[in-house]
Design a protein around this ligand. Structure first.
Ligand code: CA
Length: 241
């Protein structure tokens, strides 16, 4: 891979310095923005390969920065929180980050996650079928997914689906009626070397449900198989339009 560019969005000088040195050493080109407004500006100028986005920022919060970027781009985003409790809060807001990391973290862990995200993004971009290979276009009941257009529709209405949610839904739809173990889903979507919290899987499932389930509180499409994983249910024969 050529030198990937990371947009580092972080307001604390000590973090910026340490991360710049550490990430340079790991072969990343580092662009820095120290507030949310600058982050959006730099994003358009630099066109980074990946973004490390602090949650608490001056001027525009990391949440709003993420939302704004997601309107036009599926660039991989890792959201940085100060407390692990904040992950649930951020995830609940469905801002569309691909991964989450809590301060303090080891640079080695961060780099592993950055590389996993970049690898997945490169696979998608080149059109090479990843390990989650399935059809390029899938229709199950009134949910339709098209990999070439990166498009998901529910009963004909387009729903916004960031990269990881899209990959996860693709994998589930490719295996309708089959239980997919948690470990398999994490491996396929985040990479076998994923070192993050397994909660990440659940929060992505929750976000997908919010978009495709008639009643997300009582999921009937993506069902939880306790102690095992998730299953996309076969649709009931043409009851729903
Ligand atoms: Ca901060």
């Amino acid at each position: 891979m050529t030198t990937p560019t990371i947009l580092l969005v972080e307001d604390e000088d000590s973090f910026v310095e340490a991360l710049t040195v550490g990430l340079n050493r790991e072969g990343f080109r580092v662009e820095v923005a120290q507030d949310g407004a600058t982050a959006l500006q730099r994003f358009h100028e630099v066109k980074p390969d990946v973004i490390l986005l602090d949650l608490m920022l001056p001027r525009i919060s990391g949440i709003d920065v993420c939302r704004e970027i997601r309107k036009t781009s599926s660039v991989p985003i890792i959201m940085v929180t100060a407390k692990s409790a904040e992950i649930d809060m951020v995830v609940g807001l469905e801002v569309g980050a691909d991964d989450y990391i809590t301060k303090p973290y080891r640079i080695r862990e961060l780099v592993a996650r950055l590389r996993a995200l970049l690898r997945r993004a490169a696979m998608d971009g080149s059109g090479t079928a990843g390990p989650a290979a399935g059809a390029r276009s899938l229709v199950v009941g009134d949910v339709a997914l098209d990999s070439d257009e990166h498009l998901v529709t529910v009963a004909g209405d387009t729903v916004n689906m960031p990269l990881k949610e899209f990959e996860l839904l693709h994998l589930l739809l490719s295996n309708v009626g089959r239980v997919l173990p948690r470990e398999l889903l994490i491996d396929r979507v985040w990479g076998a070397d994923y070192v993050g919290d397994t909660k990440t899987l659940d929060v992505h499932i929750k976000r997908i449900r919010a978009k495709i389930e008639p009643d997300p509180a009582r999921p009937e499409r993506i069902v939880t198989i306790r102690g095992l994983g998730y299953k996309y249910e076969r649709p009931a024969p043409s009851m729903r339009a």
